[in-house]
Design a protein. Structure first.
Length: 264
């Protein structure tokens, strides 16, 4: 699978708007560098109709005007993940190698080595750009379903924790991204708690307080199990269900912990 065929066939709505511009510039940089080495067939790339700088991207209808949200494809999620990952990694002013390795490892786990290599090549070019975070997130919010956006946040916390600790500036950046994505503070705290060790983590994951009754705990578990069920992102493909399964296990683990503590 050539890089151009991979990127051209994997994207849907993300080939428009600010995300499309970022991808176009990144692809343009790759074309420039690989063409100089004689390793890229320019005619093998995706169909384009608009040019921005060195990159190209296909013009699509204004995403802000679309009333019905189109289904997010695997590639749409993938490039959204790459762009937001670059924002979080650069949040503290340093691109930590452990965080970069985490991104590569996760992509290999989800997509296999060949596709992961393509994605990481694109990621390197994306990370060199100044990302308009708010505009990117607003496009994602408009075009991507809630369950998929929750999965993006889960991955971002994984990146931040890859070096063994989450800095305050990284937490602030992810919180800001969540606000732009339309993710509630309760959902943010729930996912954040999955990456920390504290006495009230189980309650935070289930989005309840320590004063919750047994019935409230059971009700919260059913609600969160439904919210984080892997089938919620089945449209993204099996590769992205793996991450959803991890969130689902965390909810189960939190519930089991409270069962032991409360004795029910």
């Amino acid at each position: 699978m050539s890089f151009a065929k991979w990127i051209g066939g994997a994207l849907g709505w993300s080939f428009g708007g600010p995300i499309g511009a970022i991808i176009g510039l990144a692809i343009g940089s790759l074309i420039d560098s690989t063409a100089q080495q004689g390793g890229f067939l320019l005619g093998d790339g995706p169909t384009t109709s608009k040019r921005s700088g060195r990159g190209t991207y296909r013009k699509t209808p204004n995403y802000e005007r679309q009333r019905q949200r189109p289904q997010t494809q695997s590639g749409d999620f993938e490039v959204s993940l790459l762009i937001l990952a670059s924002v979080v990694i650069k949040a503290d002013g340093v691109q930590d190698q452990k965080e970069l390795d985490f991104v590569r490892q996760q992509f290999v786990s989800m997509y296999g080595k060949e596709r992961a290599n393509h994605a990481f090549r694109l990621f390197k070019n994306i990370s060199q750009q100044q990302i308009p975070t708010r505009q990117v997130c607003l496009q994602i919010k408009q075009m991507m379903d809630h369950a998929s956006r929750l999965q993006l946040v889960h991955f971002l916390f994984g990146i931040a924790k890859a070096d063994g600790m989450v800095t305050e500036v990284e937490v602030t950046q992810i919180y800001t991204i969540c606000g732009y994505l339309g993710i509630s503070s309760r959902d943010y705290e729930s996912i954040k708690a999955m990456f920390y060790d504290s006495s009230d983590n189980a309650y935070k994951i289930l989005e309840i307080t320590k004063s919750a009754t047994v019935d409230e705990i059971k009700k919260a578990y059913r609600k969160m199990a439904k919210k984080y069920h892997p089938d919620k992102v089945i449209h993204l493909g099996k590769e992205h269900q793996k991450g959803a399964e991890e969130k689902f296990r965390q909810v189960q683990k939190a519930y089991e912990q409270l069962q032991k503590e409360r004795g029910f």
